[in-house]
Ligand binder design. Structure first.
Ligand SMILES: NCCC[C@H](NC(=O)CCC(=O)O)C(=O)O
Length: 446
């Protein structure tokens, strides 16, 4: 039973990674708008994280980038002609929409889907629902390829069910696993699935943020739980604190992370902390596990520091022996309050006894930390064997992908470069080769 392992599927950063300021409510995205990006470095930073965690013995895999630019989007809104003409006209008339069509945002695979492992579902299969991400134009078209990629990897319907995204309308705003976490005794145990929503479409009296959008609705979370066949006794919905959404906490994974029986969270994370925690504690106790809440208070880490350092956008990974490592971005060490807090945390004798830090600056500048970059999929041994093996991170795959990045990626991309028709051809060539490397022919609708 304990043979179930949590695979982390990191997003391989695509060749068009750029800073377009497309995510209102995401402070990093907004403050780095139009600065030059380095797609090559971004991809190498992500690969270095995958390699290091795989080398440590954690189960590590990847999800491929998506084809860009999204010509279907550009043509559907009236940009016609050859591909080069479409790009030239879009750049002239609406550079921001061209940037949307070029966004490498699928790298943040925590938003690709919500995943329920087989131990939690009624039919005993692993369920995935692609997230519609309908709050942002540049992300609202990801779900089609996300579902396609997931089906290419988890195609065995005996073990896996991949659901299409929920209807793409504000009532069903769904941001995937970034607002979802599991709590239980161990990865293979039937566990509590915690859904954190930002607003309720059909209850105008529920609190909602004033400044920035709440991307996830309760209605969407409930729909995902239904599709996955979750047990109501092990499903908990809590509302995110609208006041922290207004301070830049655009997903729950910017303010809380759970693993095993541990919930690491900020005291301001939830609209009603006391009630949320007792609800969760009761549900977890019913699975015969004991919730261990690691609460960080505002005096230790103010919200602003949590947002700039991405302390809670860390990965909490169970090591052999049961202790946990916290995988953090290097920004946590550069922030005084946060690094002081972390020193105390690992010295405290609690469940977390190690920090593993990475330089993920390229992704961080768009508001994506270690946890944003990965989708967790807990798999039994049988399920792990049934998935496509070509995406599992190994030393060989790592070296092959580094070579591929070196060959195809630019090291400098500015807004004006998106008008260059050559860039579209480069992306296309890179992805064609990638389907061979990953042994996923037909992955894209090229
Ligand atoms: N989970 C982290 C997601 C980060 C992502 N940023 C972006 O899309 C920024 C893109 C840009 O501004 O170029 C978002 O906000 O959804």
């Amino acid at each position: 039973m304990h043979s179930t392992r949590e695979y982390n599927f990191d997003g391989l950063v695509g060749p068009s990674h750029n800073y377009a300021g497309l995510s209102f409510g995401n402070v990093a995205s907004f403050s780095n708008v139009k600065s030059a990006s380095n797609p090559k470095q971004a991809a190498l930073q992500g690969l270095a994280k995958m390699r290091a965690l795989a080398a440590r013995g954690f189960a590590q895999a990847l999800l491929p980038p998506q084809n860009r630019p999204n010509f279907r989007l550009l043509r559907s809104i009236g940009f016609t002609g050859t591909d080069a003409e479409v790009l030239a006209r879009a750049y002239k008339e609406s550079p921001v929409i061209l940037a949307c069509a070029y966004s490498a945002s699928p790298m943040w695979t925590a938003n690709a889907a919500t995943v329920s492992p087989s131990a939690d579902t009624q039919d005993g299969r692993v369920h995935f629902t692609a997230a519609n991400l309908n709050n942002k134009l540049h992300r609202a078209f990801e779900h089609a390829q996300s579902a396609r990629s997931l089906r290419a990897i988890f195609g065995d319907e005996k073990h896996f069910a991949v659901h299409d995204a929920l209807p793409s309308t504000p009532a069903f705003g769904d941001e995937g696993a970034a607002n979802h976490t599991r709590l239980g005794a161990y990865h293979g145990a039937p566990s509590v699935e915690l859904f954190v929503y930002g607003r309720v479409e059909f209850d105008p009296s529920a609190p909602s943020p004033k400044r920035y959008p709440a991307r996830q609705t309760l209605e969407a979370s409930q729909a995902v739980a239904r599709l996955h066949g979750l047990d109501a006794k092990r499903t908990v919905y809590v509302q995110q604190n609208p006041e922290v959404i207004d301070q830049g906490v655009f997903h729950n994974d910017v303010i809380a992370v759970g693993n095993g029986n541990v919930l690491f969270y900020h005291e301001q994370a939830f609209a009603n902390e006391g009630e949320s925690l007792s609800q969760l504690r009761r549900a977890v106790a019913a699975t015969d596990a004991d919730l261990q809440a690691l609460r960080v208070d505002t005096g230790q880490v103010p919200i602003q520091d949590a947002v700039t350092s991405y302390l809670f956008n860390s990965q909490l990974l169970t090591k052999e022996g049961g202790k946990m490592a916290l995988v953090i971005p290097q920004e946590c060490q550069e922030n005084r309050a946060v690094s002081r807090y972390l020193d105390g945390l690992v010295a405290s004798g609690g469940p977390i006894d190690e920090l593993i830090h990475f330089d993920l600056r390229q992704s961080m500048r768009n508001g994506g930390g270690p946890a944003c970059l990965r989708l967790r999929v807990a798999l039994t041994e049988t399920e792990a064997r049934a998935m496509h093996q070509g995406v599992i991170m190994t030393e060989t795959l790592y070296h092959r992908l580094v070579q591929w990045v070196e060959k195809h990626y630019r090291d400098h991309l500015e807004p004006g470069d998106l008008a260059d028709p050559q860039l579209a051809l480069e992306v296309h060539a890179a992805l064609e080769e990638l389907t061979i490397i990953l042994n996923l022919p037909g992955l894209y609708d090229l």
